[in-house]
Write a protein that binds this ligand. Structure first.
Ligand code: NAG
Ligand code: NAG
Length: 288
C-alpha cells in the first residue's frame, strides 16, 4: 500500500515536471537583432509568419529559425578571419589580377521564408560562392589600366552586379562594398607607374610653359596698349614728343622686365619701335 502510494506520488511529480518542461520549452525567445520563422520539429514545417525580438509561445516541439537583422559581411582577402582568399581573375587584356574585397549585405526580411526554403539555413557558403563567381566575372570586363585609373567605376559595377545577383539568389541587398586592394603582375605595375609619373611631369611642364607664355603676352599687350593710349592722349593735348616718351617709360619698363632686356637692349628696341611706328613728320630723334 505504502509502496503503491509512493509510486503514485512519484509518477505525479514526474508528470508535473514533464508538463512544466513542455510548457517551458514552448516559449522561445528572439534577441534584439534577430528575426525568426516558426519551425515545427515534429512536422518539419515552417510558417511564413515573421517574429521579432522578445519571448513567444510557439507550442510544443516548435522553435525559431533565426536570421540576423543587422548587416552581415563577406570578406575575401589575405587577412586572418576572412571568409575566403582574395578573388583571382583575369583582366580583359589577359593579365592576372588579385582583388581584396569586402561587402556588407542585409537579408530582405520579407523573403526569409524563401531563403529558408532555398538553403535550409545554410546559405552562407553557397552565397559566398555566388559572390566570388560574379566578382570574378565582372573583373574580366575591365583592362588592367582601368584597375589603376578607374577603380571607382569598377567598384560601382561590382557592387551593382553582386547586389542584383544577391537579390535574386540570396534574398539580400548589398549596401556597402569595398574594393580594398588590386594586385596586378609586378612588371606591369612598375611600368604603368613610371608611365604615369612621366605623364604627370610632362603635363606639369606644359602647363608651366603655357602659363609663362600667357603672362608674357599679357604683359606685352598691356604695355603696348598703355603706350598707344599715351601717344594718342599726348597728341590730342598737343604735348611734346619728349613728354610722350616720358609717359611711355613706365610701360616700357614693363616690357623690359617681361623680355628680360638689358638697358642697351631696351634702347635698341625703343629706337626700332619709334622708327617703325611714329609718323615721320613728327619725329625728332633725341635719344642718346
Ligand atoms: C507556429 O506554427 C504552428 C503550426 O506549425 C502553429 O500552430 C502555431 O500557432 C505557431 N505559433 C505561433 C506563435 O503563431
Ligand atoms: C540593390 O538592389 C535593390 C533592389 O534589390 C535596390 O533597391 C538598391 O538600390 C540596390 N542598391 C545598390 C547600391 O545598387
Amino acid at each position: 500500500m505504502s509502496t503503491g502510494l509512493a509510486v503514485g506520488v512519484g509518477s505525479l511529480i514526474v508528470g508535473v515536471i514533464a508538463i512544466l518542461i513542455l510548457i517551458f520549452t514552448s516559449f522561445r525567445s528572439l534577441e534584439v537583432n534577430e528575426i525568426g520563422l516558426n519551425y515545427s520539429g515534429i512536422t518539419k514545417s515552417v510558417d511564413r509568419d515573421l517574429y521579432t525580438s522578445g519571448i513567444h509561445f510557439l507550442g510544443v516541439g516548435h522553435s525559431f529559425i533565426k536570421y540576423p537583422t543587422t548587416v552581415q559581411t563577406y570578406e575575401f582577402s589575405k587577412g586572418k578571419g576572412s571568409d575566403a582568399p582574395s578573388v583571382r581573375s583575369r583582366t580583359k587584356d589577359g593579365l592576372e589580377v588579385e582583388l581584396e574585397i569586402s561587402f556588407q549585405y542585409l537579408y530582405m526580411s520579407l523573403e526569409l521564408y524563401d531563403l529558408y526554403m532555398q538553403y535550409g539555413g545554410l546559405e552562407k557558403l553557397p552565397c559566398m560562392k555566388i559572390a566570388i563567381d560574379i566578382l570574378t566575372d565582372v573583373a574580366t570586363q575591365y583592362k588592367a589600366s582601368q584597375f589603376f585609373f578607374d577603380k571607382e567605376k569598377i567598384t560601382f559595377a561590382m557592387q551593382k552586379a553582386v547586389n542584383k545577383t544577391f537579390a535574386q539568389y540570396c534574398f539580400a541587398t548589398v549596401d556597402y562594398f569595398q574594393l580594398k586592394s588590386i594586385d596586378l603582375p609586378d612588371k606591369y605595375e612598375i611600368a604603368i607607374q613610371e608611365t604615369e609619373v612621366m605623364r604627370q611631369d610632362i603635363h606639369k611642364a606644359e602647363a608651366e610653359k603655357a602659363k609663362m607664355q600667357i603672362e608674357l603676352e599679357t604683359t606685352i599687350l598691356q604695355a603696348q596698349i598703355a603706350s598707344n593710349i599715351n601717344i594718342n592722349k599726348a597728341e590730342a593735348n598737343g604735348q611734346s614728343f619728349y613728354k610722350i616718351q616720358y609717359q611711355q617709360a613706365a610701360s616700357l619698363k614693363t616690357i623690359k622686365d617681361a623680355l628680360g632686356l638689358s638697358n642697351p637692349d631696351l634702347l635698341d628696341y625703343l629706337r626700332a619701335k619709334i622708327l617703325r611706328e611714329y609718323p615721320e613728320d613728327k619725329m625728332i630723334i633725341g635719344m642718346a
